[in-house]
Design a protein around this ligand. Structure first.
Ligand SMILES: [Zn+2]
Length: 499
């Protein structure tokens, strides 16, 4: 997708910043950072060096918005990768982001393609998880934005719960810098051009000089009270997306030429130009967090749970190398990895992922037609937990997907859609009650369970005039089985997994 990123800062009540993803150069009326944030920044002691800072752990809740019917959005893993990238970019600041809970999904057409902030503010109020930084991913195309965030003590939400970061899917690619930029706002950082871009030659624009005792008639430095309030970021005036280096010449009130630094995340330079925060920016973000009285100090009240390191991929069990499975029922199994709370399984045809999903189980059953018949495929799994989201995959194991099976002599399609057999996922080595619901036959019927070789394991008679049958199922070893039901010339078959 060819994108021309330009910037726009919308006039929100609380002065957050937004990046537009529109063509051309959208006008930008930069709102000032709220007075409370400016005062906060001006009262920080910047003499303390942020070198090698102690790590501050920050819990994050991830919300992915989808259409009301569940379509659209993106994979949980895409959201995880943005956190991996954020952690790399925030290493110098000593900020570490972890995800203590499962990814949350919001199914709502109005929030999936919002046209203004109103519904999104309501979404934030209703879905924010207290004492975590909430990140929402949705389409912001209609609003022309890459993302936006709320400064501390502003925006929807309540005590220990205020504000959020909202990201567009389009700008959530792992190599993008939008999330890092927005998180900077969330932790009190204004744009480097804040207060200056609207009128770079005015007396209260940030001046280029860093000399606080300029000889008259020159005006002395004001970098500690104007602009972004930081003296170690050069004065900046460019409030739309710019590529580095810039050839744009602009002079300040002293006639000094602005030399904005494209390497700062809080500027509007292109993604590839950005790579850092300044020492004062780092000090300010940390001051937003370090004590319980800090504006975002509530994020550190709950200690981070112990997350064991995960340094290897999961250990794959089945299919093993060169195994052949019928393409329409491959059961993937792997061993539990110590410390893992979820797994990502990827099934590939050549190098194309035909399936890429997250599960908390240690197995996955392929569905017909996801895996192509008569083709070699490969698969791999990585183990995850809340603080280890960028773990390595196992080596790829290649297996052969054979023809789709019909040799057990049963159709996979129910001929009677009223019939339901449940549960279909059972534990091995223990007996179970199997229920058949929804169809009341006139004649006596029958049900039987067969293994994947078609061998009959057990059978039952179904009484007439009953729309619920409870069957006693003997303990079985793990594997895939079929339950076949027949009554009044009606037939159906259901797959059962014993694990
Ligand atoms: Zn911004």
């Amino acid at each position: 997708m060819n994108k021309f990123y330009t910037s726009i800062c919308a006039f929100l009540l609380i002065g957050t910043c937004l990046w537009a993803q529109t063509s051309g150069h959208a006008p930008c009326g930069t709102p000032p950072a709220p007075e409370s944030v400016r005062t906060f920044l001006q009262n920080i002691d910047y003499s303390i060096s942020p070198e090698d800072p102690t790590r501050i752990n920050i819990p994050v809740t991830l919300h992915i918005v989808k259409a009301t019917n569940g379509s659209g959005g993106f994979l949980e893993n895409n959201a995880f990768l943005t956190i991996c990238d954020l952690n790399q970019r925030m290493t110098s600041a000593g900020l570490f982001f972890y995800v203590p809970g499962a990814v949350r999904f919001i199914l709502n057409d109005a929030l999936y393609n919002p046209v203004d902030y109103g519904p999104l503010n309501t979404m934030i109020s209703q879905n924010n998880v207290v004492r975590t930084m909430n990140i929402y991913y949705t389409n912001l195309g209609a609003m022309g934005l890459c993302g936006y965030a709320y400064y501390p003590n502003s925006g929807p939400g309540g005590t220990q719960n205020n504000g959020a970061v909202v990201m567009s899917f389009a700008c959530s690619q792992p190599t993008g810098t939008t999330l890092t930029h927005e998180v900077g706002h969330f932790f009190s950082l204004p744009h480097t051009f804040d207060q200056t871009s609207n009128n770079p030659t005015s007396t209260n624009a940030e001046r280029v000089t860093r000399n606080f005792n300029e000889p008259s008639p020159r005006l002395s430095a004001n970098c500690n009270t104007e602009g972004d309030n930081f003296c170690d970021t050069p004065a900046d005036f460019i409030d739309n997306r710019w590529n580095c280096p810039t050839g744009i010449i602009q002079l300040d009130i002293n006639g000094d030429r602005f030399r904005p630094d494209s390497s700062y995340y809080m500027s509007y330079s292109s993604d590839h130009c950005m790579s850092r925060f300044s020492d004062q920016q780092i000090t300010a973000m940390r001051a937003t967090l370090t004590s319980i009285n800090s504006p975002r100090g509530y994020l550190t009240i709950n200690p981070m749970p112990a997350y064991p390191d995960i340094t290897t991929g999961a250990s794959l069990v089945s299919p093993a190398t060169a195994d052949t499975f019928p393409g329409n029922y491959v059961v993937f199994r792997w061993n539990q990895t110590p410390g893992a709370t979820a797994y990502q399984i990827k099934i590939l045809l050549f190098n194309f992922a035909v399936l890429d999903t997250i599960t908390t189980d240690t197995f996955y059953i392929s569905q017909a037609r996801i895996i192509r018949a008569n083709r070699e495929h490969s698969w791999q799994v990585r183990a995850l937990n809340g603080a280890n989201l960028c773990t390595p995959y196992s080596d790829r194991v290649f297996f052969f997907a054979g023809p789709y099976i019909t040799n057990v002599g049963i159709s996979f399609e129910s001929e009677n859609p009223l019939w339901k057999v449940f549960p279909t996922l059972l534990e091995s080595g223990t007996s179970h009650q199997l229920h058949i619901d929804g169809f009341s036959g006139i004649e006596q019927g029958s049900a039987e369970i067969r293994d994947s070789w078609g061998r009959k394991i057990q059978d039952w008679a179904l009484e007439p005039h009953s729309d619920r049958h409870s069957l006693f199922l003997q303990p079985l070893p793990s594997g895939l089985y079929y339950v076949q039901v027949q009554q009044d010339q009606q037939r159906m078959a259901v797959r059962i997994l014993i694990h």
